[in-house]
Design a protein around this ligand. Structure first.
Ligand code: ADP
Ligand code: ASP
Ligand code: MG
Length: 405
């Protein structure tokens, strides 16, 4: 008998048949005597459709109302699941974020979970109820509905598992686990049996959307064992756990990509103190997150500053920087949203040299131009033209020997 938190993603609850199948899986666990909290996403495509509807009304919909709107996707699936389970004779009850007291910051669209009220959940579990919780949503201090950013149901699930001190948090999705690269892009990608929180943090932050990064942060902080697995079979998936001595010590353990990137360049800006600060302060003030930053070497008294933002922030960022560019006397402010970032990750990189040159050589052989580079102790990322993303991922997967069994 265990306390298990399960999360089912959008594809897994994408239609009524799939909801029925998930319900059957849930009842199997329940019949074995386990206590179950089940976190659900909206049906796949629903969140996108809701965003699209609002954008048909206005380019900048009211942020508070957007969260009220987006939270409806998850409200639909939890009620349908509870209807399914109760019709099968099981004691299920659906709960929205505010009902289980998922307290968050007030940042609409990207709120952070501050606290989970355990009492109500525990009460329902004590009554032997199967609790079906709407993922992705919470409530701020003012009682407003908030959402946690795309992919946020993963974080709801891990945070609830941490709050309840659950034995495991199972993330059921449409792939068999965490792979050495996105299995939908690289057919030769291999499933990883066990991965450390740190490597998973890197993978998530660099585009592997199989787990939202904040869910991995929670898992690491509160030591929640996370099991990523398929909702379409019974296979063991990937355990995300503390780093273990016998974990594979290959130099590069995965390749990730992120197409949600765009680049902005301010050309020929005066090379004087305070300019970079002004350019980036403008992004911070607008709540836009900047990823890579490059400042070129000085030519005369001028320099170029290039940085990347997410594609969703691109137009707004370009508009703001065009104004900043005028103020600071930039010759040109231009952008490019047809880019992507490919990265190689591996803790083994700490003690190996030559990874960067192998990566750059491999991309060069495929005639893929590198626009920007950034590195850390355990990863190297390159910005390239978006159309070469898949080719780059497969090439790097091969050159770092990840194709091999
Ligand atoms: P869910 O709706 O279940 O939350 P997501 O679409 O958010 O599912 O995440 C699962 C997807 O993550 C997979 O379909 C896969 O395309 C993608 N993905 C990207 N990188 C990886 C990786 N390294 N391993 C597994 N899946 C990955
Ligand atoms: N429905 C939300 C999204 O599409 C949250 C999630 O699926 O985790 O981003
Ligand atoms: Mg997801």
């Amino acid at each position: 008998m265990a306390l298990i938190v399960q999360k089912y993603g959008g594809t897994s609850v994408g239609n009524i048949d799939r909801i029925r199948n998930v319900a059957k899986r849930i009842t199997r666990y329940y019949d074995q005597g386990n206590s179950l909290v089940v976190v659900l996403s909206a049906m796949s495509g629903v969140t996108d459709r809701l965003i699209d509807m609002a954008s048909q009304i206005t380019k900048e919909p009211n942020k508070r109302e957007m969260d009220v709107l987006l939270a409806t996707g998850e409200q639909t699936t939890v009620s349908l699941m509870a209807i399914t389970l109760t019709s099968m004779g099981y004691p299920a009850e659906s709960m929205l974020g505010y009902q289980v007291c998922v307290r968050t910051s007030g940042a609409y669209g990207r709120a952070r979970i501050l606290d989970i009220g355990k009492d109500r959940l525990q009460q329902l579990l004590d009554q032997k109820k199967i609790v079906i919780v709407a993922g992705f949503q919470g409530e701020d201090q003012g009682g407003n509905i908030t959402t946690l950013g795309r992919g946020g149901s993963d974080t709801s699930a891990v945070a609830i598992a941490a709050g309840l001190n659950a034995d495991v948090c199972e993330i059921f999705t449409d792939v068999d686990g965490v792979y050495t690269a996105d299995p939908n892009v690289c057919k030769k990608a291999r499933k990883i049996d066990r991965i450390s929180y740190d490597e998973m943090l890197n993978m998530s932050s660099l585009g592997a959307k199989v787990l939202q990064i904040r869910s991995v942060e929670f898992a690491k902080k509160y030591q929640v064992p996370v099991h990523v697995r398929s909702s379409f079979n019974e296979e063991q998936g990937t355990m995300v756990v503390n780093e273990e001595k016998d974990m594979e010590r290959v130099v590069v353990s995965s390749v990730t990509h992120n197409k949600n990137e765009a680049r902005i360049t301010l050309s020929r800006v005066p090379d004087v103190p305070g300019v970079a600060a002004k350019v980036l302060r403008a992004m911070a003030n607008a709540g836009i997150i900047v990823d890579m930053i490059i400042q070129n070497t000085r030519k005369g008294n001028m320099t170029d500053i290039t940085f990347t933002v997410s594609k969703t922030d691109y137009e707004k960022a370009l508009e703001i920087e065009s104004k900043v560019g005028e103020e600071i006397g930039a010759e040109l402010v231009a952008g490019d949203s047809n880019i992507s970032k490919v990265s190689v990750i591996g803790v083994g990189m700490r003690s190996h040299s030559g990874v960067a040159s192998t990566m750059f050589d491999a991309l060069a052989k495929e005639n893929i131009n590198i626009m920007m580079i950034s590195t850390s102790e355990i990863r190297i990322s390159c910005v390239i033209e978006e159309k070469y993303t898949e080719l780059a991922v497969r090439t790097l997967h091969n050159v770092f020997d990840l194709d091999k069994e």
